[in-house]
Design a protein around this ligand. Sequence first.
Ligand code: SAH
Length: 244
Amino acid sequence: MESKLLAEGRDPMGQAIRDYSEKGRAGRLRVFSPQFDEDELPVATLFRTEERMPKLERVALDLCRGRVLDVGAGAGCHSLALQRRGLDVTAVEASALSVDVMRRRGVKSAVAADLFDETFSGCYDTVLMLMNGSGIIGRLERMPRFFRRMKQLLAEGGQVLMDSSDLRYVFENEDGSWDIDLNAGYYGELEYRMRYKQVEGVPFDWLYVDFGTLAFHAQANGFRAELVEEGVHYDYLARLFPAT
Ligand code: SAH
C-alpha cells in the first residue's frame, strides 16, 4: 500500500491543491477521523508564504543546510522558501497532482514517489518533515522502518528536522485525569480520510508523537533526538541525528 503513488481519483488533497493553484481558490477539503469530529483543512494554508508560517517552521527553515529533502512537500511552500535562500532542495511527494503543481510553481526538483519506496534514493544533509511531519511515519510500530529509511537517505553528519504535537490535551480533563483507553494503543495514532468535492481518499494512518516517545524510539533505533523549540500549543520541532 505505502509504496504506491496516490491515484488522481483517490487524491482529494492533490485535487484541492491543483484547483487552488489554477483558480486561486478551492472548495472544502474535509478531514474525517473516527477519533475526532469532522474537520476541514483550509487549502490556502498549503500555499502559505514564509511570513505566514508558524514560528516552528521558520526555525526549521533556518536550520536547513546542504542538500535538503522536503518530505511530503504538498504544494511546495517550504521547498520554494528554501530555493529562494539558495539551498539545493528536492521535494518528494506521493501525490503526482501535487508534484505537477510544484513544478509549475517553480520547484526545480520535485519527485513523485513514496518516501518508503526504496527505488527513490539520494543523499541529503537535511531531511525536512513539516506540518506534523511525524504523520508520515503512520504508527509507532513503524519507527524502526522510518529510522532505517533515514539512515539510507542521510549523508554523513546529516539531520532530520520534524515537527509534531503531543495530543494529550485532547484527552486530558481539567482535573488532570485522562480520557484515554490504555488498551487502545498510543493516543497519537490516528486514522484519517479526506474528501474533496466528489473525490474520496483512501484511509491512512497519521502519527502525532510527543517528544519523549519520539526520543525513546530514536534511541532504540540508533538516533539521538533533540528538542529544538516548542510551539504555542503542545507542538514542537525536533532534530534527529544518527548517534554515531
Ligand atoms: N509539508 C507540506 C504538506 C503537508 S500535507 C506542508 O507543510 O504544507 C502531507 C503531504 O505528505 C501530502 O501532500 C501527502 O500526499 C504527502 N505524503 C504522505 N505520505 C507520504 C509518503 N509516504 N511519501 C511521500 N509523501 C507523502
